[in-house]
Design a protein around this ligand. Structure first.
Ligand SMILES: [Ca+2]
Ligand SMILES: [Ca+2]
Length: 116
């Protein structure tokens, strides 16, 4: 098992926040883990906010890619995700996104993000 410290940066633009249920899948050099819900006692994924989660999961090896998804629930569920940063075993990986996860003509409620 490894401990993953996941930081999620929501954009600071109109309606960027969401109350939808968000999950993450982490793909690494030796395996993938997830999807795992990102949740805690706070109102997460609000405009301009950074949310932190600690996950104890199998070791994926070198972190290469993630998938972030939400279930489109709640009021104005569209979410503008700036980036995700994950630290595991002293390795910090950045996953830049800067796009909407929204159920409309041009976007989807999930996205694959390669490690920067
Ligand atoms: Ca929104
Ligand atoms: Ca929220």
């Amino acid at each position: 098992m490894s401990q993953y410290r996941v930081s999620v940066y929501t954009g600071d633009i109109d309606d960027a926040g969401t109350d939808a249920n968000v999950s993450i899948t982490i793909h690494g050099s030796s395996r993938s883990v997830g999807p795992v819900d990102l949740d805690n006692s706070e109102n997460n994924f609000e405009r301009g906010k950074v949310d932190h989660f600690t996950l104890d999961l199998s070791d994926v090896g070198r972190m290469d890619k993630i998938n972030i998804a939400h279930d489109n629930s709640g009021n104005k569920p569209g979410w503008f995700l700036n980036r995700v940063v994950i630290t595991k075993d002293g390795d910090t990986a950045e996953f830049p996104c800067s796009q909407w996860l929204a159920n409309d003509e041009t976007h989807n409620t999930e996205v694959d993000i390669d490690r920067a």
